[in-house]
Design a protein around this ligand. Structure first.
Ligand code: ZN
Length: 683
């Protein structure tokens, strides 16, 4: 592991953070915290923490000793001075005299001593930082150190590597008891350069930010060297797998459907999947002994809240035998859920204060022959689960290359998983109506499509934007962190590939807005067939291709779905010389009704939005001009030439799509967005 400290970088940090009111101690603390946090082999997603003991002025102007310690919810790689809230040091140190201290009292004592009451909660490991006397303290869950300690004789191995340079703290759950024990170990061996927390991580410390950081890099490098030396070559014996394995896009919707939990009102609590594969992962998931080494527990305790103790392992999916995979995966999930409930009951028994049972759905799924899926309530949560799962694979592989991987025992895992201070990091408070849903919008690169994609993303959906113009699709999707795919919706192969890409990115699909279209003109008695056929290709057939792909995936998931079509006023009220456009759109309006009729039994709804005279819609500026001219109106009067006298925008149409998506009992409906046009009303 490389030491990334640079004197110039440190000086820049001091100047930069001084502008935020940070003193030199805090600025350097931010600087090396970011160095640590930028290295995934040391720190991942909120794991690890750092502190500095310095002084600050309180509201009365008095200078007081404080501990600036990482706040809960901050990521070390992107930390700012306000992510290291200042806590009065003396009152924290006084707690060392107590015999016991409940978590609630500990959190309260920490919050009561914040200089700024608006600060985030100081880390759950704050007291450990406070009790140790060193000025700068760094703590990580370094993979290499975990690979050493996560073995049956982990302590002996660490002593072999570090000797007297480090202190060794037995596994205790973070909090007051661990802080006291770490202090006790330190006091017995006060010359140590750091502490190894068995089956948890490593602390290093120093008088300067540079020293503490260099200590971390040095100690982790030594662990890495030891692993390389002790490795016995190939780790896992490979199991016999089917010759032809099913594609990720085929198995992901099956898994996503299986883990969706019915909510009782016909709706489901869905999850998003994040797929990962590479050579190391395949070596792991294809292994003959996968059940033994993959189900021991997590490399470091705090992963468990995002990955659970055990992954779900499903049988390898044979290509061309989807039904067999569905049955086998369902059976594996049922066993997983039963086992999880038994684990909860077993560990909750005999407690004075009962724990609240969490959902029994796995957060990591291992598929031999394929790779792994991270599972979460959002694409971000799924990504985090996948990152942690990959880290666990690395640690387990390294541990197994020397001896055997061994995590903390089940009762300790249970404590962490159900610990209120850890669960507080999750929570579903921020969820929106379309959170946990995947939406796809065709023609989403501009106009109505882009507005609709934005509106769905704003309501929490993970959104894929398809557009003929791949760059436009990517740009539109980038504005809300979605997936952009270039796709000609009149080419069935391209549509299939785009839907596959969406399944690989999110695990499946819940809502499809079939929006792509274009307006061809021509007087019907004279127009050439080619024009009419071209319009039908895009304004009818593409809707059919898109919908068939959507239904295929929705049926694989078995959790219903929502099809939305952009029809047009032309589908109901023909305009002069707009036959090529209107005829295809009228067919699409009936297509919507046919989907509603044939697939209502699959829980799939189909609805349409009938919009007219939209600015930046399907009509080009030239078309609007020619139409308004034909009616002897100015462009402005033409655009607002409706019963309400209001101009209709793309955002108004997007809202109509959203309303239909959020109406679970509505199907086969057409919602009109045109400011009122009596000739185009439905009857
Ligand atoms: Zn820790």
């Amino acid at each position: 592991m490389k030491n990334l400290w640079s004197d110039a970088g440190a000086r820049t940090a001091v100047t930069r953070y001084a502008k935020d009111g940070a003193n030199e101690d805090l600025a350097l603390r931010v600087y090396t915290t970011r160095l640590l946090g930028g290295e995934p082999r040391l720190v991942l997603h909120g794991g690890g923490n750092t502190s500095v003991k310095t002084s600050a002025r309180d509201v009365s102007g008095k200078t007081v000793d404080v501990l600036c310690v990482k706040g809960s919810g901050w990521d070390m790689g992107a930390i700012e001075p306000q992510g290291l809230p200042a806590v009065r040091l003396e009152p924290l140190r006084e707690l060392l005299g107590l015999k016991t201290l409940s978590d609630e009292d500990m959190v309260n004592a920490q919050r009561c001593n914040l200089l700024d009451s608006a600060s985030p909660n100081p880390s759950v490991e704050t007291l450990l930082h406070a009790f140790l006397p060193h000025k700068f303290i760094d703590h990580t869950h370094a993979n290499a150190v975990l690979a050493l300690t996560d073995q049956p004789d982990g302590e002996a191995i660490c002593r072999d590597v570090y000797g007297d340079e480090m202190g060794y703290v037995p596994y205790i759950m973070p909090g007051f008891a661990l802080a006291k024990e770490a202090f006790r170990v330190y006091r017995e061996t006060p010359d140590v350069k750091g502490l190894v927390l068995l089956k948890h991580g490593i602390f290093t410390f120093g008088d300067s930010a540079k020293e503490a950081y260099a200590g971390m890099v040095r100690m982790v490098s030594r662990a890495e060297k030891h692993i390389r030396k002790g490795a016995r070559g190939k780790t896992f014996a490979i199991a016999k797998l089917p010759k032809k394995i099913a594609a990720v896009a085929q198995i992901a919707p099956v898994l996503r459907g299986l883990i969706a939990m019915p909510k009782g009102d016909g709706c489901h609590d869905r999850f998003i999947l994040e797929f990962r594969t590479n050579r190391a992962l395949r070596g792991f998931v294809d292994g003959r002994e996968i059940k033994r080494y993959a189900c021991q527990g997590t490399a470091t305790p705090d992963h468990v809240i995002r990955t659970k103790q055990k992954p779900l392992i499903v049988p390898a999916p044979t290509a061309g035998k989807p039904d067999a995979f569905v049955r086998a995966a369902a059976k594996a999930l049922e066993a997983y859920v039963n086992e999880y409930r038994a684990y909860f009951a077993r560990n909750n028994k005999g407690r004075k204060v009962k724990k609240k049972e969490l959902d029994p759905i796995p957060r990591v799924i291992l598929v031999p022959g394929v790779g792994l899926f991270g599972v979460g309530g959002s694409a971000k949560a799924a990504r985090i689960a996948a990152d942690l799962a990959e880290t666990n694979v690395n640690v387990i592989e390294d541990a197994e290359s020397m001896s055997r991987f061994e995590a903390i025992p089940e009762p300790d895992v249970f404590e962490i998983e159900h610990w209120s201070l850890e669960q507080a990091k999750l929570g579903r408070g921020g969820e929106k109506p379309l959170s946990r849903h995947v939406a796809l919008v065709t023609g989403g690169g501009s106009g109505i499509g882009a507005a609709t994609a934005r509106a769905f993303a704003a309501q929490g959906a993970e959104v894929a934007v398809l557009d003929l113009d791949g760059d436009a699709a990517k740009n539109a999707a980038a504005s809300f962190g979605g997936l952009g795919v270039g796709c000609d919706v009149t080419d069935p192969k391209a549509v299939r590939a785009a839907f596959d890409a969406v399944c690989e990115a999110y695990g499946g699909l819940d809502i499809v807005v079939s929006n792509a279209g274009a307006a061809w003109q021509g007087r019907i008695g004279e127009v050439d067939d080619a024009t009419l056929r071209k319009s039908f290709e895009l304004n009818f057939w593409a809707h059919q291709t898109v919908s068939q792909n959507a239904v295929r995936i929705m049926k694989e998931q078995g959790t219903g779905g929502c099809l939305l079509f952009n029809t047009s006023k032309q589908a109901i009220n023909p305009g002069p010389d707009f036959g090529p456009y209107g005829l295809a759109k009228a067919a699409t309006l009936f297509l919507m009704r046919q989907y509603a009729l044939d697939h209502g039994r699959d829980g799939i709804r189909a609805n349409a939005v009938n919009a007219d005279r939209i600015r930046s819609g399907l009509l080009t500026g030239a078309m609007i001009k020619s139409r308004s001219k034909a009616r002897g109106l100015s462009v402005e009067d033409y655009m607002a030439g409706n019963l309400l006298g209001l101009e209709v925008s793309s955002d108004d149409v997007a809202k109509a799509f959203l309303d239909l998506a959020l109406s679970p009992k509505t199907t086969a409906a057409v919602l009109t967005v045109d400011g009122g046009n009596i000739a185009a009303t439905l009857r």
